[in-house]
Design a binder for this molecule. Structure first.
Ligand SMILES: *Cc1c(COP(=O)(O)O)cnc(C)c1O
Length: 207
């Protein structure tokens, strides 16, 4: 992170490290917390719910939902997560917007046809932004994307650049992009939030 920030003449303080703990037990979160990490990413509402009781005494944490969210789990997600990075439909935004506390929201954008089904198309953003802004309980902070997996981290660069351009176009500043293998490229392209799992916690093993 420091190297990529220096190369791109960026202040490392402007880049948030979200430690991705999916498939790892609550003890992994506690160990990372003891080392100073405060932001954690989880993919599944139900999986995280099982870890929450073991984390109740940790203060100052921010939990990010980074996996696809179904509308019927929006209420539970709003209770458990401070940030939902994967809002991709006006319907989901309105469900989350019924939350009684304010949560930060990022819009997941799908930038290539090889990407999984989740994520809004760039041309859907104006409607989605309006839907989120129409909900007082939602604070819109930026855009998020997951490029199709490719071994070469440079292959992610066009997606990252496109996300930055889209954010600029819509007047948004937050950019959640970059994972273990391509975080340096993401930082060079302006990431304000990187989501890192295996580089911190080791292999999850492929399901
Ligand atoms: C699992 C996951 C990550 C972390 O991936 P690593 O390659 O382990 O760093 C980041 N973002 C999302 C959306 C994920 O699902």
């Amino acid at each position: 992170m420091a190297g990529a920030a220096a190369r791109s003449r960026r202040d490392p303080a402007g880049i948030r490290l979200v430690a991705v703990t999916k498939t790892f037990p609550a003890t992994a979160i506690r160990e990372a917390y003891a080392l100073g990490l405060r932001e954690f990413g989880e993919n599944y509402v139900q999986e995280f719910e099982t870890k929450v009781p073991a984390l109740a005494d940790l203060t100052g944490t921010r939990y990010h939902l980074i996996g696809h969210l179904q509308s019927n789990k929006a209420g539970k997600a709003a209770e458990l997560f401070e940030v939902v990075q994967t809002v991709d439909s006006p319907r989901l935004a309105r469900r989350l917007g019924q939350s009684t506390r304010v949560i930060d929201v990022m819009l997941e954008v799908k930038l290539s046809t090889e990407q999984s089904k989740s994520g809004a198309a760039p041309e859907e953003l104006p409607e989605l932004i309006a839907a989120v802004r129409g909900c007082p309980a939602l604070s819109l902070t930026g855009l998020m994307t997951v490029p199709p997996w490719q071994d070469d981290p440079e292959a992610s660069r066009p997606c990252f650049r496109r996300l930055r351009e889209l954010a600029q176009l819509h007047g948004l500043t937050g950019l959640s992009m970059g994972m273990s293998h391509d975080l340096e490229v993401a930082i060079e392209e302006g990431a304000t939030c990187i989501r890192v799992g295996s580089a911190l916690f080791g292999d999850r093993g492929k399901a």
